[in-house]
Design a protein around this ligand. Structure first.
Ligand code: ADP
Ligand code: MG
Length: 612
């Protein structure tokens, strides 16, 4: 007979396994420590981080502190003061409740806890390493708690090796800091990294907090949201559509003061903004949802960032309406009839009653980005009034105009026989179509070139060469302009400033998050430097996350994407010729750096088929 083989795992092993779920990186440890400090009722929280949290994460709070016995217990698994019975799970008022964060952290790091309860004569200090208590003694310390987490994953080399670069881990730390700071504006926070102060946030209003984190330009970019029903309260801010970003970076949902990720609600926001967002952009939002704790399940995921709302659908509809109303109030939307919207019955739907989209009228042709488009509330859209006949007329006129344009470009060449002229290099036919494509003739057919992608390819190869050889592109001087960024973006700018300099940006730091630009690349397309720099950064961050590109390639790509001529820009014949020549001098001519097709040829065969 074989002996029994099932054993209970020792606590230290069980804790390490739990840590695998809860603590992925330094930022996850910071999240847990911040939650504990907030749950302890702190009004001031100081964070100090070394080497992006790999060496040290320390959180000091002025909260309630712990008794000697509690301090001894808090590192035990399932040790919590926040719930007692299963039913309490349906009335959670705190951020923590699982009682496993400190146990997990102590299993995979060297932790020192100092704590004193308000009113106690002495505090306590406990040192614990890999789940083993090394020392515990009374200590004369301040009220509140300080937890230092040193050498995370010191005993799990596989996890430690898995950590990303310092700059990547620091970004996660800052992101986690944002998530707490954005919802607890009544708490003052500070964050130090390697003894350098990154943030010092005083107690303030929510809007002031957002601005303190993201920069003053957000003051004009945000629109307030407000909605209150019996079950649900929605508040916060949504970014104006024209400031939407290329990455999802600035999208924050909070449910009962907890940062959450929620694809369904995100869809609701996107849906509300549908016709207003530029293509491939993501709106900025800071949305705060309050529901009765019994209407939300926060215990579906170990890190508690995913939640289930009891009434998902109602919330979806309500959020969408709230956003539309707010945009409408600020005249940033297809017209809404307020009377209709406000009389909407927002009570809970009866059982089986389908959720209807809120009713509103809108101009389908209204384009908020086009200043000349029909007035917001007065003018009727022109499209709908147009008769069929007019449509035809327009189509015909449009067509014939294109034909004349085409003829005027082609005319001088018409006397030359096709065979002759294709061998005659000096006489090329080149013209622009739809301010988007360059058309020319090649032996096998008609050549089409996407002007933006072609230019992107040219600039990319040029930039990369300059970055690799440390040569500089030509620069144009300009009247110095100030730009400012969020702290995390400013960190990136500092990191890549020297490379941007090579590519023509003369950037100098002014204040903590403010820079002065004295020179720009000569190929710069438009004058709004703040927007341009933000776009370059967005691209850069997106590439970091999605593609894990090497720095030089990433910078070259991000710059090329934003410096290249846009669709919609009319080009002169010389410009087109230059573009084609430069494109064919590139090492790759077929695809843009992002892998999109630059060139297409309509072959004679294909054309002949059209006439069959
Ligand atoms: P949870 O937060 O889910 O209860 P933790 O492992 O994070 O579990 O913490 C265990 C317990 O330790 C908490 O319930 C709380 O009583 C106590 N605790 C942890 N951090 C602090 C702190 N900063 N201030 C006061 N008490 C704390
Ligand atoms: Mg906790």
């Amino acid at each position: 007979m074989m002996s029994d083989i099932i054993r209970l795992l020792p606590d230290s092993v069980a804790n390490q396994i739990a840590a695998g779920e809860v603590i992925q990186r330094p930022a996850s440890a910071l999240k847990e420590l911040l939650e504990n400090a907030i749950d302890a009722g702190a009004t001031e929280i100081k964070i100090s981080v070394k080497d992006s949290g790999k060496t040290l994460i320390q959180v000091i709070d002025n909260g309630c502190g712990m008794s000697e016995a509690d301090a001894g217990l808090c590192f035990e698994r399932h040790a919590t003061s926040k719930i007692q019975k299963a039913n309490d799970l349906f009335a959670i008022q705190t951020l923590g409740f699982r009682g496993e964060a400190l146990a997990s952290i102590a299993a995979i790091a060297q932790v020192e806890l100092r704590t004193r309860r308000v009113g106690d004569e002495l505090g306590n200090v406990i040192v614990i390493e890999g789940s083993k208590i090394k020392s515990q003694s009374p200590l004369n310390c301040f009220d509140g708690t300080s937890v230092s987490v040193k050498n995370l994953f010191f005993n799990v080399p596989a996890r430690r090796n898995f950590l990303k670069s310092n700059s990547a881990e620091l970004r996660h730390i800052i992101e986690e800091f944002h998530r707490s700071a954005l919802v607890h504006n009544k708490i003052s926070f500070s964050l130090q990294h390697n003894n350098k102060q990154l943030f010092k946030l005083n107690k303030c209003t929510l809007l002031e907090r957002i601005i303190a984190l993201y920069g003053n330009m957000y003051r004009e970019r945000l629109i307030p949201l407000e909605q209150k029903t019996n079950e649900i309260t929605i508040s916060g801010y949504i970014g104006k559509p024209e400031h939407a970003k290329k990455t999802r970076g600035e999208q924050y949902f909070f449910a009962n003061k907890r940062f959450i990720k929620h694809a369904y609600l995100n869809h609701s926001v996107a849906n509300a903004l549908q016709e207003l967002l530029p293509k491939d952009t993501f709106p900025t939002y800071f949305i705060y949802i309050e529901v009765d704790p019994k209407d939300i399940d926060v215990n579906i995921h170990p890190t508690k960032t995913e939640v289930n709302f009891l009434n998902n659908q109602l919330l979806y509809a309500l959020l969408r309406t709230t956003i539309k109303q707010s945009l409408g109030k600020h005249s940033i939307t297809p017209t809404i009839d307020f009377d209709v919207e406000q009389s909407l019955d927002l009570g809970p739907p009866k059982k089986g009653q389908p959720i209807k989209n809120p009713f509103h009228r809108e101009h389908s042709e209204y384009n908020p980005f086009d200043v000349k488009s029909p007035g917001r509330h007065t003018q009727k859209p022109t499209g709908r009034q147009m008769t069929n006949k007019e449509h035809w007329k327009k189509l015909y006129e449009g067509h014939s105009k294109e034909l004349t344009d085409l003829k005027s470009q082609v005319q001088p060449e018409l006397s030359i026989l096709p065979t002759e002229y294709s061998s005659d290099k000096d006489k090329k036919i080149i013209f622009q179509f739809n301010n988007q494509f360059i058309l020319s003739k090649v032996k096998s057919g008609i050549l089409l070139i996407d002007q933006h992608r072609a230019h992107e390819r040219i600039l990319y190869e040029r930039y990369l060469e300059y970055l690799n050889t440390r040569k500089s592109v030509s620069q144009q001087e300009l009247f110095p302009q100030n730009v400012s960024f969020s702290t995390s973006d400013a960190e990136i700018i500092k990191e890549i400033k020297d490379d941007l300099q090579i590519l023509g940006f003369e950037i100098n730091q002014l204040g903590k998050n403010t820079f002065i630009i004295n020179g720009t690349p000569s190929e710069i397309q438009d004058g709004n430097l703040q927007q341009l720099m933000e776009n370059v950064l967005e691209n850069y961050k997106k590439n970091l996350v999605d593609l894990n590109l090497n720095n030089k390639i990433n910078i070259a790509r991000s710059m090329a994407a934003n410096m290249a001529v846009r669709h919609g820009k009319p080009l002169k014949e010389e410009e087109m010729e230059k573009l084609i020549d430069e494109l064919f001098a590139c090492s790759v001519t077929e695809v843009s750096p992002g892998g999109h097709k630059i060139i297409s040829i309509i072959t004679i065969d294909q054309i002949e088929k059209m006439f069959k």
